[in-house]
Design a protein around this ligand. Sequence first.
Ligand code: NCD
Length: 435
Amino acid sequence: MSGTDAGTTLFRGVLPYGEGEPVDVLVADGRIAEIGRVTQRADRVVDAQGLVALPGFVDLHTHLREPGREDTETVQTASEAAALGGYTAVFAMANTDPVADNPVIVEYVWQRGRDVGLVDVHPIGAVSVGLRGERLAELGAMARSRAGVRLFSDDGHCVSDPLLMRRALEYTRALGGVVAQHAEDPRLTGGAQAHEGPAAAERGLAGWPAPAEESVVARDCLLAHHTGGRLHVCHVSTAGTADVLRWARGRGEGTITAEVTPHHLLLTDERLATYDPVNKVNPPLRTAADTEALRTALAEGVVDCVATDHAPHAPQEKDTEWACARPGMLGLQTALSVVVLTMVETGLLDWRGVARVMSERPAEIAGLADQGRPLRVGEPANLTLVDPEARWVVRGGELASIADNTPFEGMELPATVAATMLRGRLTSLDGKVLS
Ligand SMILES: NC(=O)N[C@@H](CC(=O)O)C(=O)O
């Protein structure tokens, strides 16, 4: 999609990073052409009084479900959800059916993303063949494919064999890539249904103990230091993992990064009281002390960024007894609001901080040259405009995803995405997708 096709757009009276006096922002040829008092005419004028301008959001962790589970989500519907959620780039997890463990599947997903054209879709390649954790997938072939894969993950499964993890870090290092690890020692989580603690015990649910995550993160940090490979820790969920990351970063080598999901910043295992499987997720909702520690870690930069782990599931996989339900929650359209609720309204992050954790750091981690860029003349016009004063009530049935498994159903949340722009073309405006 070229910016020239999009014509020129003028945002009137916007607040870059929520700071200073309102300015006009003119976009032409897919780039920011002027910032200030703009007198030039434009093809489209958007009244942006009171809106905060941020670089477009980048999600390092999205389940698009295509190929294989198009009954729950497709590249089309996930792209719509992404555009409405303020995203200009998403990374598609490899646990599709068939698994994205070879160049054919990653190129298919990449091409589907281009065809839809609402958001840059970057496929993640599986680390191991079939996500089975036995032998490495065709990492080099996926890296050299048209999809240009740089992130590799068996997410949904842990690369639990330390030797395979070591080899993955070594190979991806040679490819300029990153291993995104779903940290869960399967020997400690067999049959697990919920965070191991009093709430799970009261309901007779088998526990998923915090050390099952923390021990793998510690091991992987040591392996990353040893090999010089780049480790990215997916969906950090415990205070102990934040401590491990703090320790690992203190050792000095900048090869370790980490993400936290919006749901782990807000929700706790108190939700087990409802017995509603919409709250079942992997890793599980933890305790209030964990959410507190994760917020602090994100504010401090110990955890680099927010990633949604957007995981659509069909009604028959969620509206069932807890033990049979699939883990996972929708996230693309609620992420910003939950970050505002947990991080901005609490004073932990300002809008520059939101830009850092939603856009700049994820773009840097993934090596995207044209995303997460500063709001400056000459930069690509990948933008998200946020209405900080708006509030909305979440209704799963009204979200763009085919599935409706949001844990925020009926909640009133702060802030809406007023507009999203990808390389100079508006992809969403006032809650509507522009295709
Ligand atoms: N995060 C989730 O709860 N679910 C993920 C995979 C997984 O991590 O189990 C999914 O693909 O549904």
